[in-house]
Design a protein around this ligand. Structure first.
Ligand SMILES: [Zn+2]
Length: 341
């Protein structure tokens, strides 16, 4: 796999970095959809973020990366071991699992060996990619090319935090809490609006078009590939700073104040954009709170809402034939109408 590129050394792509950090602070914002050209470092960014996060306490050898300190969320094997003794602890980085296009459902959710179950009477379950992704990230490149039913299934599991496999009256369930990151190239087919809406945040990434930024991208990539160790060492401090911000935001999340006026502004914003349902509003609120946490603020303000609105709402707008402006522009316009330029 090689060493991961340092998160803080990624040039530009501020929206993408912010969305990923917010998802790391509060996974309940839902997944992140990254829309953009090939070669814009989407997968690099996800790996970089996972490597940046504090290591997890896991039960060594467990296929689901169970947390020994959370007896409520253990898999069956760990629960049994927990009942008869104490679970040992190991440190592991948050996992990043790639979901390849063309993966079968068995490979994703896990495979239940019905024959063995019926003949020998034991539950033979081969954990799939969702097991590996527990407490980490599930990355789908070109999510728009994945079969709809699989995307639906992944979003269901991501929302519930549990994978349930049912075949012929047999059932297996295991914890599967992960942040779903989908990347898509708009030129290769669109996601159904119903699926779009289920991603918490959406960001657009572009290859930088100004010369100095491109030079910097190439310079850093070249220097990383020539000597990864010393490149990582050079970016250690900024990376540690980001890690501290994420850790502090996680700890502060529950005590960050959300004034009624913020809720009101959020509702007005969603009404003026005509976004359906409450999911958009809930996401704006949670993401704004996570942003406040990252900034070290004790209270969610309009400034947080302004910054979050495009990320949380741009993919929830219905097409308006009378308004050909892109969805990001429409969100920005609504924000300006509400808060002033
Ligand atoms: Zn376990």
């Amino acid at each position: 796999m090689g060493l991961p590129f340092p998160f803080s050394a990624i040039v530009g792509q501020d929206d993408m970095k912010l969305a990923l950090m917010i998802a790391a602070v509060d996974p309940t914002v839902g997944g992140v959809l990254i829309i953009g050209d090939r070669g814009t470092g989407k997968s690099t960014a996800v790996r970089a973020l996972a490597a940046l996060l504090p290591k997890l306490n896991v039960v060594p050898g467990c296929a689901y990366n169970c947390d020994p300190a959370a007896p409520g969320g253990l898999c069956e094997a760990c629960r049994m071991r927990h009942e008869t003794g104490t679970l040992s602890v190991a440190l592991a980085p948050a996992s990043v699992v790639d979901l390849p296009l063309g993966a079968t459902e068995d490979r994703v959710v896990g495979a239940l060996d019905l024959e063995r179950a019926l003949s020998v009477g034991e539950k033979a379950f081969e954990p799939g990619l969702l097991a590996k992704a527990n407490r980490g990230f599930l990355y789908i490149d070109e999510v728009n090319l994945l079969e709809d039913h699989l995307v639906d299934l992944l979003l269901d599991v991501a929302a519930s935090g549990e994978n349930v496999i049912e075949r012929e009256g047999l059932s297996v369930r295991h914890p599967a809490r992960f942040v779903l990151i989908g990347s898509g190239n708009p030129e290769e087919g669109e996601l159904r609006p119903q699926l779009l809406d289920r991603f918490g945040l959406a960001v657009e990434v572009k290859t930088p078009s100004d010369v100095p930024a491109r030079i910097e991208v190439i310079r850093r990539r070249d220097s990383f590939e020539r000597d990864p160790q010393s490149f990582i060492e050079r970016w250690r401090e900024p990376d540690e700073h980001l890690r501290d911000q994420i850790v502090a935001a996680r700890a502060a999340l529950a005590s960050i104040e959300t004034p009624d006026t913020t809720l009101e502004s959020t509702a007005k914003l969603c009404i003026s954009l005509g976004t359906d349902g409450l999911r958009g509003e809930l996401t704006v609120l949670r993401a704004a709170r996570a942003l406040a946490g990252l900034r070290g603020d004790r209270k969610v303000t309009d400034a947080h809402l302004r910054q979050i609105a495009p990320l949380a709402l741009r993919h929830r707008l219905r097409r308006n034939p009378l308004d050909q402006a892109g969805s990001t522009v429409r969100v920005e316009r609504a924000v300006e109408e509400l808060f002033g330029a």
